[in-house]
Design a protein around this ligand. Structure first.
Ligand code: ATP
Length: 252
């Protein structure tokens, strides 16, 4: 399958008919004069998991940054729940229910676990937030007074991911949550992502483990050199050697 597939219904059962939780329409983005995204269009349906996979440097992180408002596209549109937000700030998109968990642990290293959780909850329902986060990740409960920067990589990732629970978002963008983690912690991270999905959160997931990412996804996009090379069901991409045709040895 070498041509771009334009399936409009995911075999995972998510029909692409309603208002998407997130939509990028014909987005172009660059860093300086280097063009990174070319005519990228993608949708994340409410309550579904969408995988965004592709080789290193394809533009996955940049797509998430455009979606959350950290980067302005040079052209194209970003919509959240059908509202055009292309020119609104990241803070405003966060108030609209978007949570971006960036690559490389989005925690305040010099603050304690408790203080990080308070920041994630915007200080509303502070005690409740701590209870929720430590319920999902009991290990955080044992380390509430520890500085985040002194925790292990896995613990920091749990803390970063807890924002996706504590802030009670409707749409979560997660960038490489399993990067550099031991296999047992990766299991925990994927369990957590499944829990989020069961909660009805719409999830856009970028991760190095393509097979694992696709196995929890309904819909999938493959980005290659800044362009969408595949747009279709995650299940189809998992069949036979279809994934190999898109990302070759990058599948893991
Ligand atoms: N701040 C920046 N300034 C200049 N170029 C950048 C910047 N950030 C990313 N790039 C370039 O943009 C391209 C896309 O990067 P991006 O991080 O979006 O890719 P990616 O698909 O997430 O890659 P990876 O899987 O390696 O994390 C790469 O060629 C990268 O070198």
């Amino acid at each position: 399958m070498t041509e771009r597939q334009t399936t409009t219904e995911a075999a995972g059962g998510v029909a692409l008919t309603g208002t998407p939780a997130l939509e990028l329409r014909n987005v172009n983005a660059s860093y300086g004069t280097t063009s990174v995204l070319r005519d990228v269009s993608l949708r994340v349906e409410p309550g579904s998991v969408t995988a965004l996979i592709g080789p290193n440097g394809a533009g996955k992180t940049t797509s998430l940054r455009v979606a959350s408002g950290l980067i302005r596209p040079s052209s194209g549109e970003v919509l959240i729940d059908g509202d055009e937000v292309t020119r609104t700030s990241a803070a405003r998109r966060s108030r609209a229910g978007l949570c971006h968990v960036p690559e490389g642990r989005g925690v305040y290293r010099n603050l304690t676990v408790r203080e990080n959780l308070l920041m994630q909850s915007n200080a509303f329902n502070a005690q409740e937030s701590i209870e929720i986060a430590t319920g999902v990740f009991p290990r955080l409960g044992e380390r509430l007074n520890q500085k985040a920067g002194t925790m292990s990589g896995g613990e920091q990732q749990m803390l970063a991911l807890s924002a996706a629970y504590v802030a009670n978002p409707r749409l979560v963008l997660v960038d490489e949550p399993s990067l550099g983690l031991a296999p047992i912690i990766v299991d925990l991270v994927f369990d957590f992502l499944r829990t989020l999905r069961e909660k009805g959160v719409a999830l856009l997931l970028v991760d190095q483990y393509a097979l694992r990412t696709l196995s929890i996804a309904d819909h999938a996009y493959v980005l290659r050199r800044g362009e969408i090379a595949y747009d279709g069901s995650a299940e189809t991409l998992l069949q036979g050697n279809v994934l190999d045709q898109y990302i070759g040895d990058g599948a893991a």
